[in-house]
Design a protein around this ligand. Structure first.
Ligand code: TPP
Ligand code: SF4
Length: 271
């Protein structure tokens, strides 16, 4: 039986992430899902953007594309439409996926492109020194908001849902069992799947906001988490500052390629 190790490039270790960074937990979870699904390596393509989390492709023994910051979903759209049989995964940070690349996110969701996007949300641009991104909570401290961030932040899952995503889920690096289940669900879903995973960046966000060591950040993440089933019984005030986890949206909506192929096939029948 395959294990996550069969999909890893161990000769590329040690990895470049800081001690306590949550990104490695997602890497292991992705490889574990490949093993659970017994996927042939040639049937997977992973497209990643630039950033700390974008480095996941360095450690996986599968076909990968490392593309420009903010453009991973655009490149992955081409891959998914070019070969609809592939399992296409896209790995991005919150800066990559929702800030510089936010436009691609909403249009991928709207079009229902059949791919699985995983966004590691550490509330900042980790790789370039902890600048604020579109998900940085209001009032928090970053290298570019030393007196407190004045902007309103995005809720990535709500944004994806509003744009038409047919599968939306959220998990945390604290809960890899749930994360694996949700990533697998996204990969098995036909259409655009978005999984947001909350991760700790102790080097920048945690340090600036005095959240302690990596383990303290993980504890906080767990305390803030609330399963979606329970969240549905809570008021807006009670949900303030909480991380709602689980499967948030799961809709049956025909994906882009299937719809397009039907039109082309019908045209060819008329000839
Ligand atoms: C077009 C472009 N703009 C800016 C950069 C510089 N840059 C590289 S990584 C990065 C931030 C990455 O942040 P995020 O996507 O949140 O990922 P993280 O590092 O936090 O995992 C930036 C701004 C770039 N490489 N290309
Ligand atoms: S800077 Fe932050 S996100 Fe990047 S590797 Fe270090 S802890 Fe992880």
């Amino acid at each position: 039986m395959a294990t996550y190790k069969d999909y890893m490039l161990f000769d590329k270790l040690p990895h470049t992430w800081c001690a306590g960074c949550g990104d490695g937990i997602i890497l292991q979870s992705i490889a574990a899902v490949f093993a659970e699904m017994e996927l042939d390596k040639h049937d997977i393509t992973l497209v990643s953007g630039i950033g700390c989390f974008g480095r996941v492709d360095d450690y996986l023994d599968i076909n990968c594309m490392h593309v420009t910051h903010g453009r991973a979903l655009a490149a992955a759209t081409g891959v998914a439409l070019g070969n609809p049989e592939l399992n296409v995964l896209v790995t991005m940070g919150d800066g990559d996926g929702t800030t510089i690349g936010g436009n691609h996110l909403i249009h991928c969701a709207r079009r229902n492109i059949d791919l699985t996007a995983i966004i590691a949300n550490n509330y900042n641009y980790g790789q370039t020194g902890g600048q604020y991104s579109g998900t940085t909570p209001t009032d928090s401290i970053t290298s570019t908001s030393p007196y407190g961030h004045i902007e309103q932040n995005f809720d990535i899952c709500k944004l994806a849902e509003a744009a038409g995503a047919s599968y939306v889920a959220r998990s945390t690096a604290y809960n890899p069992v749930q994360m694996r289940k949700l990533i697998r669900g996204g990969m098995e879903h036909k259409g655009f799947a978005l999984i947001e995973v909350m991760v700790a960046c102790p080097t920048h966000y945690g340090r600036y906001n005095r959240q302690g060591e990596a383990a303290d950040m993980m504890k906080l993440m767990n305390e803030q988490s609330v399963p979606v089933e329970k969240a549905r019984t809570m008021t807006e005030e009670e949900l303030e500052g909480r991380i709602v986890t689980g499967l948030l949206v799961d809709k049956d909506r025909e994906d882009y390629y299937t719809k397009y192929k039907k039109i082309i096939d019908a045209q060819n029948m008329d000839k």
